[in-house]
Write a protein that binds this ligand. Structure first.
Ligand SMILES: Nc1ncnc2c1ncn2[C@@H]1O[C@H](COP(=O)(O)OP(=O)(O)OP(=O)(O)O)[C@@H](O)[C@H]1O
Length: 303
């Protein structure tokens, strides 16, 4: 049987007295994109560093492709892993191309691939410019480029879109999608929840070192049972709306002139829509699902 690419089993990590990761377990399938989300200091970067074997676990075990991280078999495997740290540091007096060649030498991979990788991240026009003249977004692209060196099969990307403009973000996820289609497994952190929610298969919510939830965005939504909002514009009287919805346990009903906002539980959604559909003069109905931000804040509120 094939192993999951990543298996994290009951992992703890202390920094002195500080418990940064508190009994976390999860696994990641080949070709999957897993998003890690959590407040500042939740333990995401610490988890990354342990999965990469950069720091040891205090207890528990992490396996990549079935090999214990930091075990003797991991060294070779490490070459198939790309990592973009939260704050990647470059030598300012090197050009973009020289920087990549430097990382290629460190990783023992073919320097001849560097130009193609720069091209992939949209930096070939700046290949011969010194890095100290690069913008924040260009530095981030260069960081992504070094993570892609050596055609990794597993990528750890810590806040990869920080500093990128909207076009850069779209381009970044396009590349990621291509890599996924090619079977590359990706673990990614982001604080921009609206951005990540459409682009990962599953999300892990980390809070104070603990794994609070794991699943698709839809599964997380359903688990916190947040109400969804229905906005409608109508020419009916407020009374007609109230009568139509009589007997449904609504979370909220707000009527301001022609604008009506209804919040209801997911289980009542179709019943509410059916009743509204029977009103004669509805101009528009918009259903708004809770965003990942709502879901995340829902988890953050839970003790
Ligand atoms: N080298 C270290 N020494 C001592 N404590 C540390 C160290 N690195 C992290 N911590 C602590 O461990 C906890 C988790 O930190 P970590 O950097 O993993 O969180 P994070 O989720 O990545 O945060 P952010 O979103 O701000 O990057 C925090 O309380 C942090 O202060």
């Amino acid at each position: 049987m094939k192993h999951p690419v990543i298996e994290v089993s009951d992992v703890y990590r202390y920094y002195g007295e500080v418990l940064a990761v508190d009994g976390v377990s999860f696994s990641v399938r080949r070709g999957e994109t897993l998003g890690l989300i959590g407040h500042n200091g939740a333990g995401k970067s610490t988890l990354f560093k342990m999965m990469l074997g950069l720091i040891p676990v205090s207890a528990g075990e992490i396996r990549i492709n079935g090999e214990p991280v930091r075990g003797s078999g991991f060294r070779e495997l490490r070459r198939t892993i790309g990592y973009l740290p939260e704050n990647v540091v470059f030598y300012d007096n090197l050009t973009g191309l020289e920087t990549l060649q430097f990382f290629a030498a460190l990783k023992n991979c073919d320097k001849r691939d560097c130009l193609a990788v720069l091209e992939k991240v949209g930096l070939s026009h700046a290949a011969t410019r010194r890095v100290d003249g690069y913008s924040k977004g260009m530095r981030q692209r260069l960081g992504f480029a070094q993570a892609l060196l050596g055609k990794p099969r597993l990528l750890f990307l810590d806040e990869p879109t920080s500093g990128l403009d909207p076009e850069g973000i779209r381009e970044f996820y396009r590349i990621l999608h291509e890599l996924n289609a090619d079977g590359v497994t990706v673990v990614i952190t982001s604080h921009i929840l609206s951005e990540i929610q459409e682009r990962v298969e599953r999300l892990a919510v980390i809070k104070s070192g603990k794994l609070q939830a794991l699943g698709t965005v839809q599964e997380l939504r359903e688990a916190v049972d947040l109400p969804l909002a229905i906005h409608l514009i109508l020419r009916e009287t407020a009374e007609a709306v109230r009568t139509a919805l009589q007997g449904v346990a609504l979370v909220k009903l707000e009527i301001a002139g022609q604008n009506v906002v209804i919040e209801c539980h997911r289980t009542d959604k179709m019943d509410v829509l059916r009743r509204l559909g029977m009103l004669a003069e509805v101009d528009d109905i918009v259903v708004r699902e809770p965003t990942l931000e709502d879901v995340f804040l829902g988890y953050a509120r839970e003790s």
